[in-house]
Design a protein around this ligand. Structure first.
Ligand code: GYE
Length: 378
């Protein structure tokens, strides 16, 4: 009998121990060192971010992708699910749906075009997943379908550029009616295209410039080349090629030279002026210095740290600013225009120099460049 009692006591102890062990395993790191065992450090849970990127159409886009990838790393506490949509909205919608299925913590979208997002953003909202829009905008009936947006003021970029052109014409005694501009547009329906086209149209109307053509260039070098080649045949008077990004400008320069024409700012001497946007790659700034591109309105692609700051705010229960516009420069090698004024605000024009290009080259190779360029390189 006594033997039986002892065995029962041993058995109860064993059962109690097993129960405690099970609890320890289940509740893992909530356990303390009371049991004599040292507490294991809690494993940090990674924040899962699904990012639907437009594609890889331009140097701007590649720099943007790099910026995002360099911030959303495991070392920084993130798991990044990156989806390249190859310029197709349907791929982006599929990616967002798969992020919802995977129950990611945040969805980040760089939308290819502005419209067509209502349904899928509603699905993300219903799933309780915050959506951050980056770069281009979405045009949705209800802005509470996304948390916030960060990117550029594309129309402002265009208006700064057009003010530069206006003053260039004034300084060189070029009559507005002798300006023949072809607009090589970006992807139709993308905010960057809409804003840059609109800014040019407003200025052309105001100053009396001729816009001879608007053609789609999809933000690529190939399309920029093809479009310019055709435009040169069709509009022999064309003397300004307004490219809605640098890659189109690279293509346009090549097409102008292949056609036996000269690229440059000296319109009066028959040169064809190329204007552009982005200024991301050092080669683009070199083209400015060489007078192959007369002016670039900068477009800043380094949104990774900005998106991360937004996510941190949301994690801390704070409300990020709904719309966050980034500051951007204007680059030119022409030293007679120091600044331009748009809507009563003055914007400096940055003189491109060898030093500035070298600095950009080093930073570009390193994967990121300074937001603020120090004064001494100008
Ligand atoms: O200017 C262009 C890219 O949306 C700001 O897209 C972006 C634009 C950028 O392909 O190079």
């Amino acid at each position: 009998m006594k033997k039986l009692k002892v065995s029962a006591a041993v058995l109860s102890c064993f059962l109690l121990l097993s129960f405690l062990c099970a609890c320890g395993a289940r509740f893992g790191n909530s356990g303390t060192a009371d049991a004599g065992e040292p507490a294991t450090e809690p494993e940090e849970k990674l924040t899962v971010v699904g990012f639907s990127q437009v594609g890889a159409e331009s140097d701007w886009r590649s720099a943007n992708t790099e910026s995002m990838k360099s911030v959303f790393t495991e070392a920084n506490g993130y798991e990044l699910i990156f989806e390249d949509a190859q310029q197709k909205q349907t791929n982006q919608i599929m990616a967002i749906r798969s992020f919802i299925q995977q129950e990611v913590d945040y969805i980040v979208v760089a939308p290819v075009t502005e419209t067509g997002w209502d349904t899928v953003l509603q699905e993300a909202k219903d799933a309780g997943i915050p959506v951050i829009i980056v770069d281009r905008m979405v045009d949705v009936p209800n802005s509470n379908l996304f948390e916030c947006w960060v990117g550029s003021d594309f129309e402002l970029e265009a208006r700064k550029m057009c003010e530069w052109l206006r003053w260039f014409c004034v300084k060189h005694n070029i009559d507005a009616k002798d300006i023949y501009i072809a607009d090589i547009q970006g992807t139709i329906g993308a905010s960057a295209q809409i804003g840059r086209t609109r800014g040019l149209k407003i200025a052309a109307e105001e100053y009396g410039w001729n816009i001879v053509a608007e053609v789609e260039g999809e933000f690529t070098r190939t399309k920029g080349y093809e479009a310019t080649q055709q435009l040169l045949r069709k509009y022999p008077k064309m003397n300004v090629v307004y490219c809605e990004n640098d890659n189109e400008a690279f293509g346009a320069i090549e097409a102008i030279e292949d056609a036996g024409r000269r690229v440059g700012s000296n319109i009066k001497a028959g040169e064809i002026m190329v204007l552009s946007f982005d200024g991301v790659k050092p080669e683009a700034l070199q083209d400015v210095l060489d007078d192959s591109i007369s002016c670039i309105a900068e477009c800043n692609p380094l949104h990774g740290p900005r998106v991360e700051a937004i996510i941190q705010k949301l994690e801390n229960g704070e409300t990020p600013q709904k719309y966050e516009y980034v500051d951007e420069d204007v680059f030119s090698a022409y030293d007679q225009i120091e600044s331009v004024i748009v809507d009563s605000k003055e914007y400096p024009i940055t003189q491109v120099s060898e030093a500035l290009i070298e600095k950009r080259r080093a930073e570009f190779d390193a994967g990121s460049y300074d937001e603020e360029l120090p004064d001494n390189v100008y």
